[in-house]
Design a protein around this ligand. Structure first.
Ligand SMILES: [Zn+2]
Length: 326
């Protein structure tokens, strides 16, 4: 496995993607957060353990809290456990060491490190590596941990993207992603060119959209089947999950089925007075099962036809670069 080293640290080729769906705001977007979607964890509960749970409980709790207040807070992810690793422990196994020549890193992206001993390495002392952190140990450790947990979630370095501007010169580092559906993000905690070091551990708006895309149980529009799945739509005081199917001949949706709601970081809502379903965030997935873009949309229910018409759409990411197609 390749290592992801925060402060030290390779190129990619993309095919372009084309949108064709009832929410299209723009045909002209450059493919462009930087996830590797082949290593996304199958469930939102991901075990975490320490190779030595006694090494520094105060800093260990600071790491747990930092991850809790960033990636977990903004998604449905639950990094669970945080106790002593045992032989055969699955999930994220965190080691702590201070080697002059090896900074904090993960041994791969996403679930590639599932159960890998010392799959993440952190530094708690900075006597040999990153010595400027020796006087700000908690700050450095938590900022680094937030970055490394980004790798755990399957996110590569932003500066690895093929559209990285020439002004951002640090090496890509580690393994690259394989999908781009957001603007290139200088403010990402995964971007070495962020003028604040790893964003000082503050997730950027695009970091948040990215984690929600994969770990937020957000609504999904499947281009190949024209199906819209909404995991959580509130109707008055009750919430449901719903499946709607697009009929291109009539240019509207029919409600195919409803079921119990699933906790979502981006719930939708139905307004009984306007008959609108407001969907603040959903991802568009292409026939290759890759996310290509993020949208918000409003669907209006017509009780006489029993169908739902798309009355407005906003392409959230990537930011549209061309006038909407009429
Ligand atoms: Zn990194």
């Amino acid at each position: 496995m390749k290592r992801h080293i925060l402060l030290t640290s390779t190129s990619l080729v993309f095919s372009s993607l084309a949108l064709a769906n009832p929410f299209d705001g723009s045909y002209s977007f450059s493919i462009e957060s930087y996830p590797l979607d082949t290593v996304i964890w199958a469930t939102t509960t991901i075990p975490v353990c320490w190779e030595d749970v006694t090494i520094n409980p105060t800093l260990q709790l600071a790491v747990e809290n930092a991850v809790n207040n960033t990636w977990e807070l903004n998604s449905q992810i639950d990094f669970a456990g945080w106790g002593q690793c045992t032989t055969g422990s699955s999930g994220v196994r965190i080691g702590v060491a201070d080697f002059a020549t090896m900074g904090p890193h993960t041994m791969g992206l996403g679930n590639d490190i599932d159960g890998y001993p010392n799959g993440m390495m952190l530094n708690f002392t900075y006597a040999n590596w990153g010595t400027s952190c020796a006087t700000t140990v908690t700050f450095c450790t938590t900022v680094i941990a937030i970055h490394e947990f980004g790798h755990v979630l399957g996110f590569a370095h932003e500066q690895f993207r093929p559209d990285t501007p020439a002004t951002c010169t640090p090496p890509p580092g580690g393994t690259g992603g394989n999908v781009i559906f957001t603007d290139w993000d200088l403010a990402s905690v995964m971007n070495y060119c962020n003028p604040s070091w790893s964003g000082n551990g503050t997730l950027s708006p695009i970091d948040i959209m990215t984690v929600q895309t994969y770990y937020g149980n957000v609504p999904i529009y499947y281009e190949n089947t024209n199906r819209l799945e909404i995991q959580n739509v509130s109707v008055g005081s009750t919430s449901y999950s719903a499946i709607l199917d697009f009929d291109s001949s009539t240019n509207n949706f029919t409600l195919t089925s409803t079921a119990a709601a699933i906790a979502s970081s981006q719930p939708a809502s139905y307004n009984a007075s306007t008959n609108n379903i407001e969907i603040p965030f959903f991802k568009v997935v292409n026939s290759g099962n890759h996310v290509t873009s993020l949208y918000a949309a409003t669907l209006n229910y017509n009780s006489s036809t029993n169908r739902y018409t798309v009355t407005s759409t906003t392409q959230l990411q990537p930011t549209p670069t061309a006038a909407p197609i009429p």
